[in-house]
Design a protein around this ligand. Structure first.
Ligand SMILES: Nc1nc2c(c(=O)[nH]1)N[C@H]1C(S)=C(S)[C@@H](COP(=O)(O)O)O[C@H]1N2
Ligand SMILES: [Mo]
Length: 220
């Protein structure tokens, strides 16, 4: 198998496993490689009203204040590119998707969390949300993407802004992101309350909540 050219570039992210290495190590257990990722989500595609759209950061911030970006403000932030493999819990893996966007590490720098903040809830339109340990936002591969494969996001893929979390199953890659809530304790998101694993590490095949060990998440 040949690598996509840009997998060799400096923008390629060091994932939790060698995402830029070929061979069986690259594919998490139980996953099947497909050439493209089907559009996958629960419920309808939200309609974006660009004038009214904003992205908020709130909750356990260090200043106690929240932060808000309008769409032009968010699109003016420095953006970068990264390549990442994508693993859906339905067993589809797609290798080497190229994303453009704002690393979530930059969001943490712009709106520093309080020392008490341990987790985040990433909220989308219509109340969808996924929870993550706050360290995942500091990982180099995690970003708020505004583009995919060199073009803007389509509505189905999350226009105008979606999260990409290469180190977790795909449902944590929240499309249509509207807010990031800093949490002083973990809280389950949409799928984490409905039978899916709170941690969702594809390398440990953490698919379902019945697999959770003590400490993996809040009580169901
Ligand atoms: N807001 C929102 N984001 C979501 C979902 C969803 O239902 N709602 N589904 C998730 C799932 S299960 C996957 S696999 C990916 C799919 O991304 P894609 O549609 O770009 O392939 O989006 C994730 N983000
Ligand atoms: Mo998924």
């Amino acid at each position: 198998m040949t690598q996509p050219d840009s997998a060799m570039s400096a923008a390629s992210v060091p994932g939790p496993r060698p995402a830029d290495a070929d061979g069986p190590d690259r594919i998490p257990p139980g996953q099947v490689v497909q050439s493209s990722l089907p559009v996958t989500h629960y419920g309808p595609v939200p309609v974006c009203h660009p004038e009214a759209w904003d992205l908020r950061v709130y909750g356990a911030t260090s200043s106690g204040d929240g932060h808000r970006w309008t769409l032009p403000e968010f699109l003016a932030l420095p953006s970068s590119e990264m390549m990442a493999d994508f693993h859906c819990v339905t067993k589809t893996t797609v290798l080497g998707i190229r994303w453009t966007g704002v690393p979530t590490a930059d969001v943490l720098a712009a709106v520093p969390p309080a020392p008490t903040a341990t987790h985040v809830m990433v909220w989308a339109d219509y109340g969808y949300g996924a929870n993550l340990p706050i360290e995942i936002l500091a990982e180099p591969g995690t970003m708020l993407a505004t583009g995919r494969e060199g073009r803007g996001l389509s509505p189905e893929r999350g226009y105008p802004v979606r999260l990409v979390v290469p180190s977790r199953y795909g449902w944590k890659s929240v499309k249509w992101v509207r807010a990031i809530e800093y949490l002083a304790q973990d809280r389950r998101g949409f799928w984490e309350e409905r039978g899916y694993h709170n941690v969702a590490d594809p390398w440990r095949e953490q698919r379902y909540s019945y697999q959770e060990q003590p400490g993996d998440g809040p009580d169901l």
